[in-house]
Design a protein around this ligand. Structure first.
Ligand code: AMP
Length: 215
């Protein structure tokens, strides 16, 4: 089963993808992680994308689609989670074409429904482990030891695009570019909404596995 996790930044997609990978036979494709890896390794793609990402803007479709296409060509998969991709209607259409060529399809799109007012608070408190990509929160999902990852003891950091000015740009980009995908996938009868409000990661995971009909 191939699925898309769709929702605004800070709605918990990355954490839920991580939990699906740990508990079920899923692989995660996070375009944000792929871009950050390229930035870290100073590849041509990383250099091209870094300014846009650090300012909170989306990377152009052409660059993003090419990166995803290459990933899908180079990796074998049968249970893939698309996390943070597609983010525009163009990306959704290109993804369809790529999957079509491989006789694959998107089975379900999970929409993470959350009041936009909560997102700023969630994102301003977010800490991430650059090694294993797990994310924490200074109030809601604290690491056992302050600023240290529970899993690999690496130091936690604040993402450069998790500052208020950049967050505002990312939320706007979501509203304008990504939110139309809710109707797009609803019209294809692929959308399942889960309500994220007031739920911790474990409660949300229960809703997610129910929505995916996983036992
Ligand atoms: P994320 O880790 O998903 O929050 O992504 C971090 C940043 O990477 C985004 O704010 C964008 O600048 C860029 N990015 C990630 N995925 C995409 C995408 N599908 N389309 C365009 N830009 C993206």
């Amino acid at each position: 089963m191939n699925i898309i996790l769709l929702g605004p930044p800070g709605s918990g997609k990355g954490t839920q993808a991580e939990m699906l990978v740990q508990n079920y036979r899923f692989q995660q494709l996070s375009t944000g992680d792929l871009f950050r890896k390229n930035i870290l390794e100073k590849t041509a793609l990383g250099l091209e994308a870094s300014k846009l990402i650090n300012s909170g803007n989306l990377v152009p479709d052409e660059i993003t689609n090419k990166m995803v296409e290459q990933y899908l060509l180079e990796n074998k998969f049968d249970n893939l989670i698309f996390d943070g991709y597609p983010r525009t209607i163009n990306q959704a259409e290109v993804l369809n074409q790529i999957l079509d060529q491989k006789n694959l399809k998107i089975d379900k799109v999970i929409f993470f429904k959350l009041n936009q007012d909560l997102l700023m608070e969630r994102l301003t408190g977010r800490l991430v482990c650059p090694l294993c990509k797990r994310s924490y929160h200074i109030k809601n999902r604290k690491p056992k030891i302050e600023m240290i990852c529970d899993f690999d003891s690496g130091p936690l950091v604040v993402r450069p695009d998790d500052h208020p000015d950049q967050i505002a740009i990312r939320l706007k980009a979501y509203e304008v570019e990504t939110a139309p995908l809710v109707d797009y996938y609803n019209n294809q009868n692929k959308l399942v909404s889960i309500n994220c409000e007031g739920k911790n990661a474990e409660e949300l995971f229960l809703n997610l596995t129910t929505a995916l009909e996983l036992s």
